[in-house]
Design a protein around this ligand. Structure first.
Ligand code: DGJ
Length: 743
């Protein structure tokens, strides 16, 4: 006892003598070398190091593979300016740059003071270390504008969360015109490649890939919400060749569901820096004396295992630290959704008939989509009036919910809380509740306008109707839809100089409503849907259990949509429905088995019109749902390997999921169409335990006869699997299960 205490004290004394302060928590460590003025964060396989330089600027020193305990850094020194045209401030790798003092690179913070001064130079003031977290206060050289920079490193993945809180401690209001969460400086190197995701409605999640050259690539949404045009995610790979499995990759994602920007810039000294936060476009946030603005979190990490490794780390981080209830390792239920079957034509008898059929194939959650409320005959009316339509449901929703429960399923309901049709009671009562500029046109999209959720009365209305629904009915799940972006984003009820706060306050209120609902109804789960995948980001994922990646349910298109999605987001978050064939998007016909296998790579849903199914369809569906339930824990929570990409017109695509204990793996293989009689390529699984023995089983008997059925992980990973797929739109699923005896 004395020995332990004495040794502990000695260590403390030695650390203090060396001028070191350290905090350790769950294998993440934050330390500060007071002599060199260097901060260091370590976790998993990552180190992040920065210091205070001779000008009191915070300067990045290192971000990458974990360094040895004893590796130390000298005091940071600002870079020299190269000429009268390029002052030092642009070449110095600053952690958080105020716009001032000759800065031309993308700043983190830009303000205007009431006297017209727009110069802002931020210097280190103090810091505080607690657990995995570090906060650093910086301040303008003369004015009382303070910024608290927060750093928190995830112990399991080394993903670092950064954000900034800007405070006005002067005696007059000031206006923030640009505020980012963080700047990430990459190691000095000329050769980097950028990956990002773009799309549009029914065509989301396209992976883009380009060399980073001098200049700036701006990823952005000006839409008021995340948007599907570009997703707030990036990955940057070192070198000139793209590699899924190898190579150094730095990646990041913004936790924000409003307008945003990520600027990837190669400056004149060829340093690459990534700055992200609120988009500066149409941005202004007036801070009264004593006021503060907090930015979203900007998360970033590092992998040595290519873009595939970066995705796996991000998935692990999302499921382990971001989603509600994290790190709960549950599985998503198999759902049925009525939208593609009945559209707006929902009623008690029709939904009950669908529910009976859904239950017969093993569905666990029945979700009634749009059409159940107000005068919602089509998309021109009813949004805003969240009373049950009494012609469609004369006794309210209780009979349907009771029926669904009696069939062994729980019940989910569609809502679109932030929108309003002009043809609604709510609009007739509160025309002033929408976003808009007085006397100007208000652009409708899908016949709807956007409620201004930044208004306290709108926030209260939305919370109250949802709380009432969830308190009245036994609802397990809300599908929260959002079917347009903003236009004319005016907020006439507040002073003109405060109107642009709508970009921040709207999203904060959205998060507030979600948080309050979850606190009051802790068993209710929520899906984020925005006409598909237009509101998917780490901000909304903190409050929702799953997302709808796309309205496009064509099972072949879905292979590339789902592939793109997984670069940034975990398969468990991704709902995928089996719908009717030919599919409405491309009029493409595919077998029910193919449709199931395409959808079984995420959270499985059925969205087909079950009234049109044959007895055989029900048999196939029942079998596929049973098979899915056997593999879903591995598919939803396992490590994903994209073995063969569907991109670039590939005939084939293959994914593999490996359980965290590496005892199970599931391989999905898809063939577009055979050509010239060529065989399907051999498939080389990854991530298995090389010394363990695995039994291979093809759920639909598709393996060729020359394959072994029991062999080592080494064998499967290096000799590969032979999968016999021929024809058009064929698919197979293969499991590898570790043999008990060989553990
Ligand atoms: C768009 C969603 O993405 C669909 O799944 C469906 O819920 C419709 N809205 C309903 O209006």
């Amino acid at each position: 006892m004395c020995l332990r205490t004495c040794v502990g004290l000695m260590v403390l004394v030695v650390a203090m003598m060396a001028g070191m302060a350290k905090a350790e928590s769950n294998n993440a460590k934050v330390s500060y070398d007071a002599t060199a003025r260097v901060f260091r964060l370590d976790a998993d396989r990552v180190s992040y190091v920065f210091g205070v330089n001779e000008n009191d600027q915070l300067q990045t020193l290192y971000w990458g593979s974990k360094l040895a305990e004893g590796d130390s850094f000298k005091r940071a020194h600002s870079a020299r300016g190269t000429s009268s045209f390029d002052p030092s401030v642009n070449a110095t790798l600053q952690e958080y740059l105020g716009w001032g003092g000759g800065a031309y690179v993308e700043p983190d913070l830009k303000v205007t003071f009431p006297d017209g001064n727009r110069d802002l130079v931020l210097h280190y003031v103090s810091h505080h270390i607690e657990g995995n977290g570090l906060t650093i206060v910086v301040k303008d050289i003369s004015r009382n504008i303070f910024v608290t920079l927060a750093y928190e490193m995830d112990a399991k993945t080394g993903v670092l969360a950064r954000s900034a809180k800007i405070e006005n401690r002067t005696s007059a209001p000031l206006t923030i015109e640009q505020a980012s969460a963080a700047t990430w400086n990459l190691p000095g190197d000329a050769d980097y490649q950028l990956y990002y995701l773009t799309g549009r409605w029914a065509g989301e999640w396209n992976l883009q890939h380009q060399a980073i050259l001098p200049g700036k690539t701006v990823l952005e949404s000006r839409r008021g919400s995340t948007g599907d045009e570009t997703n707030p995610w990036f990955a940057i790979e070192r070198g000139t060749s793209a590699d899924e499995d190898m190579g150094e990759v730095w990646f990041g994602a913004l936790g924000w569901s409003g307008s945003w920007q990520i600027a990837v810039e190669q400056g004149s000294e060829r340093q690459v820096r990534v700055t992200g936060g609120f988009t500066p476009f149409d941005f202004a946030y007036r801070l009264a004396p004593g006021g503060a603005l907090e930015t979203p979190k900007f998360y970033a990490g590092y992998s040595r295992e290519g873009v595939g490794g970066a995705s796996r780390l991000l998935h692990q981080f999302e499921l382990g630290s971001v989603v509600p209830g994290a790190p709960r390792n549950h599985v998503r239920p198999v759902i049925y959704n009525s939208w593609e079957a009945t559209g707006f034509e929902v009623n008690e008898a029709g939904q009950e008939a669908l529910a009976e059929r859904a239950a017969s194939i093993g569905v666990e959650r029945f979700v009634m989509d749009d059409g159940w409320f107000g005068e919602r005959k089509n998309d021109t009316a009813g949004l805003g009036d969240w009373e049950v339509n009494s012609a469609k449901f004369p006794h309210g929703l209780s009979p349907l919910i009771g029926k669904v429960h009696s069939l062994g399923m729980d019940f989910g309901l569609w809502v679109e809380p932030e929108m309003i049709n002009r043809d609604s009671e709510l609009y007739r009562k509160h025309p002033d509740w929408v976003l808009g500029f007085p006397g100007r046109p208000q652009t409708e999209a899908r016949h709807q306008l956007v409620l201004n959720l930044a208004r306290p009365d709108v926030r209260a209305y939305v919370y109250e109707f949802l709380d009432k629904l969830l308190s009245t009915y036994d609802i397990a799940f809300l599908k929260w839809d959002y079917n347009r972006n903003w236009s004319e984003p005016g907020w006439p009820a507040v002073a003109p100089e405060d109107q642009k706060k709508v970009y921040v306050d709207y999203v904060r209120n959205l998060y507030g409503i979600l948080a309050d609902l979850r606190a009051k109804h802790p068993k209710v789960e929520i899906e984020s849907c925005s006409g598909g995948g237009a509101r998917v980001d780490l901000g909304i994922i903190h409050y929702t259990d799953e997302v709808w990646p796309s309205d496009n349910t064509d099972p072949f298109d879905r292979l590339s949509i789902q592939n793109g999605f997984t670069y940034a987001y975990a398969p468990r978050l991704m709902m995928a429905w089996v719908t009717d064939s030919p599919n409405w998007v491309n009029r493409r016909s595919t077998s029910l088995e193919y449709r199931f296998l395409s959808s079984m790579q995420g959270g499985l849903g059925i969205g087909a019109n079950l009234n049109g199914w044959t007895e055989d369809d029900f048999k196939v569906a029942k079998k596929m749902v049973e098979q899915y339930k056997q593999i879903r824990a591995t598919v939803q929570n396992g490590a994903l390997y994209r073995l063969i990409s569907p991109l670039g017109g590939s005939e084939w695509s293959v994914t593999e999921s490996v359980s965290s204990d590496r005892r199970d793996a599931v391989v999905f293989a898809f063939l577009h169409s055979s050509q010239m009689g060529h065989a399907y390529p051999r498939v080389f699984p990854r991530g298995l335990d090389q010394r363990a023995t695995y039994r291979v089983h093809a759920l639909d008997g598709q393996l060729t006869s020359d394959s072994a059925t029991v062999a080592s992980g080494e064998y499967w990973m290096h000799n590969g699997l032979s999968i016999d797929l021929r024809g058009d739109f064929q698919a197979a699923v293969v499991t590898l299960v570790e043999e008990e005896a060989h553990r």
